[in-house]
Write a protein that binds this ligand. Structure first.
Ligand code: GLY
Ligand code: MN
Ligand code: MN
Length: 488
């Protein structure tokens, strides 16, 4: 079905010239005066009057206050982003920029938050597309019209929900062009807004704004931690769903697992925070296996790395490695238990005041020790760690910040993140793994094609950490018992 703004006009003589003439007639081409008049009238007033602010309105106001204090006297422009064309007249599902969602609690496409400098700080305005005009035909003839894309909040409704004055976004580019004074924009989301500012901004200053907003998210507030817990809880339900259908997956493919997890996300009104990794057998050794089109076989392992994203855009990121037939072989268990031991060491190193790097180093030491003990690497362990030789089998860092992005705070400076110190409220994954590639001739044949990762989501507390994903079993014995129970 094509939208009203993209109808190809039928012309009397079929000529290109006539078609162009009709396009120039604007929205009302091919519409009789009688139909136009009919569509203008007879619609009820649906304005919503009893709206309460969104639950996180106080938190978003506090975040804007922090941003205001960091950039006094400067106009700050934070776009939500625009739809991206998938093909012809279909678009990719829209996901707001995390910066806009973080500062407003809103996720509307084409929205823009502007912090206007004042004598005492900043005044925030959110620019949005208002409800469609019924007088000029926009609502039913334009591709953005509500008849095609669904009802939008009115500007007054948005003001009430977000606690931020709202204006028509179509006025913003001209207003930005005409405004004077220093300005910064978060780049990469809205080319139209960037074009309006092109003579007024520099890449370096804009990057400082983006970095600030990444670092501001390093420590989560109570609302964010509660949202992450919801995401993790929904993810745990999705993992249980997968365990229940492992027999069906064996009769089909990894796709059955992917679809089952996605179904859990969708039926609860959520989405997934990243492409689910449903890696059976040797696919478990491919870190980002998202093709999910391979066989699921008894006797092998399933590495399931998946996360539900809540409607506020916070995502879980959890991995469990499961014996597909419910029982680990002796070698699978040996490898699994080593990864578990490494994860325990990593989790124990997550506490306020500890260096961010500590949990990675603790986990790597355990894994290097086991690899030497098994004769897969030549010791001593200190030499292995110094040269990083264990990385042939451990492959990746042991964790990352988690939040609105699965790899959250990605542009925070090294000194505040990777070389920084843990603080209460930081949320991160601890996810060591061991991977023996199917074609790795340096390990005995029975190791080849085995991949194990265990990934949990933690929040740093005043005296240590809390494991948000503790509801899912972690030890090899617990995993087997859980699978037997769930499969009944
Ligand atoms: N799911 C990607 C990661 O664990 O970082
Ligand atoms: Mn993961
Ligand atoms: Mn992760």
């Amino acid at each position: 079905m094509q939208d009203g703004g993209q109808q190809v006009p039928s012309t009397e003589d079929g000529s290109e010239e006539e078609a162009i003439k009709q396009r120039k007639n604007g929205l009302y081409r091919n519409v009789s005066d009688e139909l136009a008049e009919s569509m203008r009238t007879g619609w009820a007033d649906t304005e919503l009057h009893d709206l309460k602010p969104i639950p996180q309105a106080a938190e978003t106001a506090a975040r804007r206050a922090g941003l205001s204090a960091a950039f006094p006297g400067e106009r700050l422009v934070i776009p939500a982003g625009n739809l991206k064309v998938r093909s012809n007249d279909t678009d990719y599902p829209f996901r707001s920029s995390v910066e806009y969602a973080y500062l407003t609690g809103d996720q509307t496409q084409d929205g823009v938050l502007v912090l206007e400098p004042t004598a005492s700080g900043h005044e925030a305005t959110v620019y949005l597309l208002p409800r469609s005009n019924r007088e000029n035909g926009e609502f039913w003839l334009d591709g953005q019209g509500e008849l095609w894309v669904g009802r939008r909040n009115s500007l007054t409704e948005s003001e009430k929900l977000l606690g931020i004055p709202a204006k028509d976004v179509r006025e913003l580019p001209d207003a930005l062009r005409e405004a004077s004074g220093p300005v910064r924009v978060v780049r990469g989301y809205d080319a139209g807004i960037e074009a309006a500012l092109t003579d007024k901004v520099t890449g370096e200053r804009d990057e400082e704004l983006r970095v600030f907003l990444s670092e501001a998210r390093l420590v989560k507030d109570a609302f964010e931690i509660a949202e992450l817990q919801k995401a993790v809880d929904a993810t745990a339900r999705g993992f249980e769903d997968v365990v229940k259908v492992l027999d069906k997956a064996q009769a089909t493919s990894e796709r059955y697992i992917e679809g089952t997890f996605f179904l859990r996300a969708r039926v609860e009104g959520n989405d997934i925070g990243y492409g689910s990794i449903c890696a059976a057998g040797p696919h478990a050794t491919t870190l980002h296996w998202v093709r999910n089109d391979g066989p699921v076989r008894a006797g092998e392992l399933l590495l399931l790395d998946a996360g539900v994203e809540t409607h506020t855009l916070y995502t879980a990121d959890v991995t469990r490695t499961l014996p597909i037939d419910g029982t680990f072989t002796a070698l699978q268990r040996k490898i699994y238990d080593a990864v578990y031991e490494a994860q325990e060491a990593g989790i124990a190193a997550v506490r306020p005041g500890a260096k961010y790097a500590d949990f990675h180093e603790a986990a790597q030491r355990v894994l290097a020790t086991r690899l030497v003990e098994w004769g897969l690497l030549e010791g001593p362990v200190g030499r292995v760690l110094e040269l990083g030789l264990q990385r042939r089998f451990t492959l990746h860092g042991t964790g990352h910040m988690l939040g609105l992005d699965v790899h959250d705070c990605a542009v925070a400076r090294t000194e505040t993140y990777k070389d920084g110190v843990l603080e209460p409220g930081m949320c991160l994954t601890v996810e060591p793994g061991l991977y023996f590639q199917a074609d790795d001739l340096t390990v005995p044949e029975e190791y080849r094609g085995i991949g194990v990762r265990i990934e949990d989501d933690l929040v740093v507390t005043e005296d240590g950490n809390r494991n948000l994903s503790a509801a899912l079993p972690r030890t090899s014995d617990e995993v087997e018992a859980w699978m037997a129970r769930v499969q009944g």
